[in-house]
Design a binder for this molecule. Structure first.
Ligand code: NAP
Length: 487
């Protein structure tokens, strides 16, 4: 890959577009142009589809055990190149090096390894029906299309590709315009590992490029990670050809701290669920409900630890634990929500300012921000901000907090901190969310299916459930006796 111009990756190589149209990628930390990208024009998109159709024929005919061996090599290559890839994720996303170095590449490799190991064991069923019998085959869908968000570019590409490829599909992937490199590097690694040409292609561009492929008759399934509004558009466009869809969308998740919680752990959970990746995490627990009897203790420790321990700075500095927001536009959006919170009458208990760390004066930095005296109807407690902005709300009873936690159209995640195990399981069972944590927040091992309730999504990524969603079941009935009929 050229360090200054990134092209579309089709059929095992980078290819030129005809009109040289493209866009620049800016560093979130410095605001400077870091490289340029060529957009996929219509001719390239058609070339990509044809390549993926060819790739599908080769790959779906490759025995599962061989697919597993090749994918395992890709997982190993990712791990070997951890630091090089993590550095690119830091430069593209603005997230801290200390996170990317241990999470982004590793969790991507985990997904590829997990699904590689799973695919040879995914068996059909056989059942006798009288003298006859039937059996089932789990067959791949064909060419799948993955669309990524910008917060975990390489990990999202790995999660979508791992399951699609393990099940025998080919995949075309469109990363976000903000962070196009991670997926392209994954495509290079797949080729190096022995994945045949055309099995994983990467096209570059904005929503229009995405929409072209979502509507394309040759695509069997679309998997999107993005905002709820984008999910609605993509699903509507996919309906024209009745494509299968997986939607991993946004949230406004509740995190509930009961009076018997270990308060230090609950503070850790709230900080992880609001400040990790500078708040740009879909599952963030941005509505922190704290029981009135432990509220003062919780708030005192939360403010102290935020003040003492959060280090905002150059994302490449190993000490930094809160990096830069993805773009200037997104910074303005987060700052405008902070102003909305103030105007709505919430109390700004900490932060709320744009920051200009030394050496990164033109970057998109905002301080970790905590609002108290929030109410359920404020926009800051109802809308996804996708930045390090926490809203703290007080509650008095279990029934009340369950009702308030569920009072949202989102349903991605939820967390509770408490010691009473009966209450923990009783409350979790009543929360309308697809990903729940008890005395933890944010962990997402590949073995665990993840996805949203309500408007936060459709389908699941990871786990055995995801594998099934990339296959279709064929039932084959076998007659063992002479066939008779009324005609
Ligand atoms: P976004 O604006 O919805 O974009 C997501 C992707 O969709 C981008 O690649 C975008 O392209 C593309 N896109 C936009 N319009 C499209 C259309 N009409 N047809 C096809 N593709 C289209 O989301 P984002 O700002 O990148 O990411 C943040 C959002 O993702 C948040 O809401 C967050 O909660 C959510 N998210 C969810 C999960 C999860 O697992 N549930 C994980 C991470 C993030 P361009 O941006 O290049 O135009």
């Amino acid at each position: 890959m050229s360090s200054t111009l990134l092209k579309n990756f089709i059929h095992g190589r980078y290819v030129d577009n005809a009109d040289k149209s493209g866009f620049d990628v800016l560093s979130p930390a410095t605001g400077e142009v870091i490289y340029a990208v060529e957009t996929a024009d219509e001719a390239l998109l058609e070339q990509t589809v044809q390549s993926a159709q060819q790739g599908f024929i080769t790959w779906s005919g490759t025995p599962a055990i061989e697919r597993a061996r090749i994918l395992q090599r890709a997982a190993n290559l990712l791990r070997e190149r951890n630091d090089e890839l993590a550095r690119i994720e830091v430069l593209d996303t603005g997230k801290p090096w200390q996170e990317a170095a241990v999470v982004d590449v590793q969790t991507g490799a985990d997904a590829i390894e997990y699904f590689a190991n799973l695919c040879p064991s995914m068996m059909g069923e056989q059942q006798s029906v009288g003298d006859d019998f039937f059996y089932t085959r789990h067959e791949p869908l064909g060419v799948c299309f993955g669309i990524g968000a910008w917060n975990y570019p390489l990990q999202i590409a790995c999660w979508k590709a791992a399951v699609a490829l393990a099940a025998g599909n080919s995949m075309i992937f469109k990363p976000s315009e903000e962070t196009p490199r991670g997926a392209a590097l994954l495509a290079e690694i797949f080729i190096e590992a022995g994945v045949p040409e055309g099995v994983f292609n990467v096209v570059q561009g904005d929503g229009k490029v995405g929409q072209y492929l979502v509507q394309h008759a040759a695509i069997a399934k679309v998997s999107l990670t993005g905002e709820v509004g984008t999910g609605k558009k993509v699903m509507a466009a996919a309906a024209g050809t009745l494509k299968k869809v997986t939607m991993e969308l946004g949230g406004k998740s509740p995190l509930i701290v009961f009076d018997d919680a270990d308060i230090d752990e609950a503070v850790t959970g709230a900080m992880l669920g609001n400040f990790y990746t500078q708040g740009e995490v879909c599952t963030n627990g941005t509505r922190v409900f704290v029981h009135e009897s432990c509220y003062d203790t919780f708030m005192a420790r939360l403010i102290k630890r935020t003040k003492d321990n959060v280090i905002v700075g150059n994302p490449l500095d190993p000490k930094t634990n809160l990096g830069a927001l993805i773009s200037h536009k997104h910074l303005q959006k987060v700052l405008s929500y902070i102003q909305i919170g103030i105007d709505e009458g919430a109390t700004l208990a900490f932060g709320g300012q744009q920051l200009k760390p030394e050496g990164c004066e033109n970057g998109n930095f905002v301080s970790p921000t905590i609002f108290t005296n929030c109410t359920d109807d404020m926009r800051i407690t109802r809308e996804e901000i996708f930045g390090p902005v926490m809203s703290v709300l007080k509650f008095s009873s279990e029934d009340e907090v369950i009702k308030r936690a569920n009072n949202t159209d989102f349903g991605l995640a939820a967390g509770i901190f408490c010691q009473d195990i009966r209450r923990a399981h009783r409350v979790i069972a009543q929360l309308q969310a697809g990903i729940c944590w008890i005395n933890a927040y944010g962990n997402s091992p590949v073995e665990m299916p993840v996805g949203g309730y309500k408007q936060s999504g459709i389908g699941r990524e990871n786990g055995v459930e995801a594998f099934k969603s990339y296959t279709q079941t064929k039932s084959i009935y076998v007659g063992m006796n002479k066939l008779e009929g009324p005609f």
